[in-house]
Design a protein around this ligand. Structure first.
Ligand code: GAP
Length: 450
């Protein structure tokens, strides 16, 4: 994990948020390569789940919503984690994490049970002090809208993107008239005032989600739930998350979120342990019913066959974008060879790699090579978009640098190129080199990228 974090910083993938001011806990900034990787993943997700399907519609809702949204959704009353404080330093801990660290399973425990377990086992904080009582801590960031600060101006930074889709359900039904089953998908920021942000981008206070609310007839929910499980594994294949590192966890009834009747977590073997990557929940018609009751706006679709008004049930596949990035990077990170031959290589799938191709002249002080390589670079950029230029150091060093950031192919223009219009194409994973005519290069690479 330390090597991965160091590579992310050194090569411009991910930086600590507000770093020059000493940082801001639980925030991370994506650098030039990280933002390319992130965008490629977002685009792949949007393409797979929205654009290429007939039954899916994308939306992009505002982050700030009417406070009544969060009352109706149950978040104001129930979106909390168990908090416990060191009685001397007042440092805050997540009570369930404290128990887990002492090999006590907190699953299914109430706040009172956690307090008792901490007291019975005489658990101490990192500073060696006793803990106080466990209490609930609402994780939503609260703010006020406009100049007047009173109860009516309260709003929250959304803790999940999901509600933006439930609240726009009627707008989509009225404007596009979709038939069941259909879904809404959204990619966007979510905010949670995590008591203990940790493990790099795994648990942060500002993060991004890619979520789907898929509306079905109640009697169909089990079949659709199973279909979405298959689709979620197919997605993991698209971004290169190996199935062997993913494990299903059926969430126990007593641990289900307040809206869920069934949840399947997909856990991943992160470098710091097996932890939740994605979730698939059966949210019933909890959200639509609650919003209809609270807003007094009926939320339903009319059944084609029976003309009946139906409040559809909802299957929710949810994908943390930052956790996807972490799982992808951890899976791609390889160290190979020994001593001087040692190389770090990010074996990213070419569809998400920040750069698809790197173009270099063999020597930077030979104008005829540089001109030829520059011309090829422009063409490659037009064709593949994410193409980089590197003329620093010797060719071996350039290959190492590109390996480390996951560039699948390096093209080198050398003296033979001037004679016969061929270039060397070097493969990141095998380190094999092919001699390819410039005229064939586009097709050669397109075939490799399939
Ligand atoms: N709409 C359902 C929902 O929000 P969740 O399990 O609380 O469910 C969904 O969150 C996904 O968001 C998680 O599976 C995880 O990938 C990601 N996620 C949740 N909290 C996070 C955090 N603090 N930092 C980074 N990602 C987080």
């Amino acid at each position: 994990m330390e090597q991965l974090i160091s590579l992310c910083k050194r090569r411009g993938f991910i930086f600590q948020g507000s770093e020059i001011y000493g940082g801001l806990a639980g925030t991370w900034d994506y650098g030039p390569l990280g933002s390319e990787l992130k965008r490629n993943i977002q685009n792949a997700w949007w393409n797979m789940f929205i654009t290429s399907r007939e039954d899916m519609y994308g939306i992009d809702a505002a982050i700030l919503m009417n406070q009544n949204v969060w009352k109706a959704s149950g978040h104001v009353a129930g979106f909390s984690d168990p908090l416990v404080e060191d009685i001397v330093t007042q440092k805050r801990y997540r009570a369930d994490h404290v128990l887990e660290e002492h090999n006590i399973d907190p699953k299914g425990m109430s706040i009172e049970m956690m307090s008792k377990a901490i007291a019975d086992h005489k658990l101490k904080s990192i500073d060696g002090n006793a803990f106080g009582e466990v209490r609930t801590f609402n994780m939503m960031f609260q703010t006020n809208i406009g100049a007047i600060q009173d109860g009516t101006s309260v709003s929250y930074l959304r803790p999940e993107t999901a509600q933006g889709m439930f609240v726009n359900f009627k707008n989509v039904v009225d404007s596009l008239h979709p038939k069941l089953p259909f879904g809404l998908g959204q990619i966007g920021k979510a905010f949670r005032n995590e008591i203990a942000p940790r493990d790099f981008v795994f648990r942060s206070r500002e993060f991004e989600q890619m979520e789907i609310e898929y509306f079905v007839k109640e009697e169909d929910w089990q079949g659709r739930f199973a279909d979405w499980m298959v689709a979620m594994y197919a997605w993991m294949d698209v971004v290169g998350i190996p199935r062997t590192k993913v494990h299903e966890l059926e969430v126990a009834p007593e641990d289900l979120a307040h809206y869920s009747k069934r949840t399947m977590d997909f856990e991943f073997d992160f470098p710091f342990g097996r932890k939740e990557l994605y979730g698939l929940a059966y949210r019933t018609n909890f959200d639509l019913n609650n919003h209809a009751a609270a807003s007094t706006v009926p939320l339903y679709v009319v059944d084609d066959e029976t003309s009946e008004k139906i409040v559809p049930h909802c299957i929710e596949p949810t994908f943390g974008l930052d956790r996807t990035i972490l799982a992808v990077l951890a899976s791609a990170y390889h160290e190979e060879g020994e001593g001087d031959d040692k190389r770090v290589v990010l074996k990213l799938k070419s569809n998400i790699a920040p750069y698809k191709v790197c173009v270099s002249p063999l020597l930077r002080n030979k104008p005829e090579l540089v001109d030829k390589a520059r011309a090829l670079y422009s063409v490659m950029k037009k064709v593949f978009g994410n193409v980089t230029w590197d003329d620093n150091g010797n060719i071996g060093k350039r290959y190492r640098r590109q390996d480390e950031i996951g560039t699948p192919y390096c093209i080198t223009v050398d003296f033979d190129t001037l004679a016969d219009d061929t270039v060397t194409v070097r493969d990141r994973d095998t380190a094999n080199q092919d001699r390819v005519a410039i005229a064939d290069l586009e097709n050669f690479l397109k075939e490799k990228f399939q």
